[in-house]
Design a protein around this ligand. Structure first.
Ligand code: GLN
Length: 520
């Protein structure tokens, strides 16, 4: 039977649910996919941790920066009602493709490759990549010197693409340029490849200490405002409007004033078309032809590698989490009040604060604290991730295990005592086996949560399953396919662990097993 046949009740139910969802969410949706004019806002996305191009004004909490001023001026000149939204950098191109935003200004370099997926305005800024190293490092001067070195980059950027070309280099990707630079300060990597003006701003204006620029402009790049590609045969009306606005403010001197305001210098000459796009057709064909392997192969390889890391992280975190959780549970029910209190505070802290924050504290925060105390101490990514995950999971397990132990009838303690068993013997031989069986279902839940939570370690540059997926999106811009595949792999992992826990439950249930044997 066709479940979705015209007269099928399921079809009506689905349609009803869909229309309800659309009605309920329509006030939340930005006015996109409508044609412009008619006062509908022109939604422009930016990744706001890229000073001096886009950043948050500390005093007012609003977005500010050269790009923000520029797009406002362009909007005014072109009659577009600009509305700025924040997005992660690697989400910008997929959002343009899906039409959830109408443009993006985020220090985006015009490249022939990106031009296959999005349209660009004329260049509005001349930039280039810079190599940042720690002060005192004289050995790294150029891209050549980075062979075999550890490099931190921002995910999905031209810096990341450049780093990927360096033979033997170990590349770690972060969500923002600031975190990549922090990694350099914390001595975890040898260099950062990032846009020159941003690195210089971080050093000169934002007071980033211990870092210098080794190669200032190792590439020449031009930033453009990105827009969705026009459908075949249609003209890109918004692209024309944005270009009109841009030329307007260049002609009337507003552009020059803005450039001077943010960079204290005269703007350089800007070409009408970015050199990367000159002979566009040839450049595009080159980009298409390149030594790229098929998308599904890249995806498969990256996801398998990521899944391996995810499983490894989970296994380590469960191992330490179980030990920690059991010890904490014993402390919580111990007669020593001080122990009880200490562990109560521990449990409340780790359950009551987001794991993301805990990860940042352990990985980025602690080395900073030690540095201020005059000590050089850093933690590698893997131990940091395992510590954060284990501490977190142990806090939850402590409560589950405590509940399990306390659920065993106290009369059994007395019975054991009268048999002459020591408290430790009682725990080990009598209480634990029963408690363990009772806590298995919530333990299974925790395990599944943990598998999913390992995805948070991507923020400290860990290439687990989710980050591996993000890395594929950053080069292929196929967000839907990749994230669905990532979700499916998580689903496989969690389903397998559900099955394993069910089997364990069954194995641990002697009564059930005996019954089954008797009936068979
Ligand atoms: N210009 C770089 C790029 O386009 C970095 C941009 C950014 O991080 N906002 O990839």
């Amino acid at each position: 039977m066709n479940l979705l046949a015209k007269s099928s009740p399921l079809r009506y139910l689905l349609l009803l649910a869909l229309s309800l969802l659309l009605t309920l969410t329509s006030p939340l949706l930005p006015a996109v996919s409508q044609t412009d004019g008619g006062g509908s806002p022109f939604v422009v996305a930016t990744e706001p941790t890229f000073p001096p191009f886009e950043m948050t004004d500390e005093a007012t909490g609003t977005l500010t920066g050269f790009d923000i001023d520029l797009i406002q001026a362009v909007g005014t000149a072109a009659g577009l009602e600009v509305q700025i939204e924040s997005l992660p950098f690697d989400g910008i191109i997929p959002a343009l493709q899906s039409g959830t935003i109408q443009a993006a200004i985020s220090g985006i370099t015009i490249t022939a490759e990106r031009a296959q997926s999005v349209a660009f305005s004329s260049p509005y800024f001349k930039a280039g990549l810079a190599i940042a190293v720690r002060e005192g490092n004289e050995t790294i001067q150029s891209l050549e010197d980075l062979k075999g070195k550890k490099i931190a980059v921002q995910i999905g950027t031209t810096g990341a693409m450049e780093a990927a070309k360096i033979p033997g280099a170990e590349v770690v990707s972060f969500d923002s340029a600031a975190l990549a630079l922090q990694e350099l300060v914390n001595r975890k990597v040898d260099a950062v490849i990032n846009d020159g003006p941003v690195t210089l701003f971080a050093i000169k204006e934002a007071g980033l200490r211990g870092v210098k620029v080794a190669g200032e402009s190792v590439t020449e790049e031009f930033y453009g405002i990105a827009l969705p590609l026009a459908r075949p045969g249609e003209t890109n009306q918004n692209q024309a409007l944005v270009n009109y606005g841009l030329f307007q403010i260049i002609a009337d001197g507003k552009y020059k004033a803005l450039y001077e305001k943010w960079f204290g210098a005269e703007p350089p000459f800007l070409p009408l078309v970015a050199p990367a796009m000159v002979g566009t057709q040839a450049a595009l064909e080159q980009a298409q032809r390149g030594p790229r392997e098929p998308f599904f192969i890249t995806l498969f390889r990256n996801l398998i590698r990521g899944a391996g890391v995810t499983v490894l992280l989970t296994v380590f975190a469960v191992f330490f989490g179980l030990i920690g959780g059991t010890l904490a549970a014993l402390a919580l029910i111990s007669p020593a009040k001080i122990l009880q209190w200490l562990f109560r505070i521990y449990v409340e802290f780790f359950r009551g604060t987001p794991m993301l924050v805990q990860l940042f504290i352990i990985y980025f925060g602690l080395p900073g604290l030690f540095k201020e105390l005059g000590m050089e101490w850093t933690l590698d990514r893997f131990p940091a991730a395992v510590i954060a995950l284990s501490l977190n999971v142990a806090a939850y397990l402590a409560e589950i295990i405590r509940g399990g132990i306390q659920s065993v009838d106290p009369g059994q303690w007395e019975a054991c005592q009268s048999l002459g068993m020591t408290p430790w013997q009682t725990l080990r031989e009598v209480i634990f086996p029963q408690a363990f069986r009772r806590v298995l279902p919530p333990l299974g839940n925790e395990f599944i949560t943990l598998i999913k939570d390992t995805s948070l370690t991507a923020v400290i540059g860990f290439s687990e399953l989710f980050r591996e997926g993000q890395l594929v999106v950053a080069t292929t811009y196929k967000a839907f396919e990749v994230y669905i595949a990532v979700a499916l792999v998580y689903l496989v992992l969690t389903t397998l662990s559900s099955i394993a826990f069910k089997a364990l439950e069954h194995y641990m249930d002697p009564v059930g097993r005996a019954k089954k044997l008797a009936t068979s």
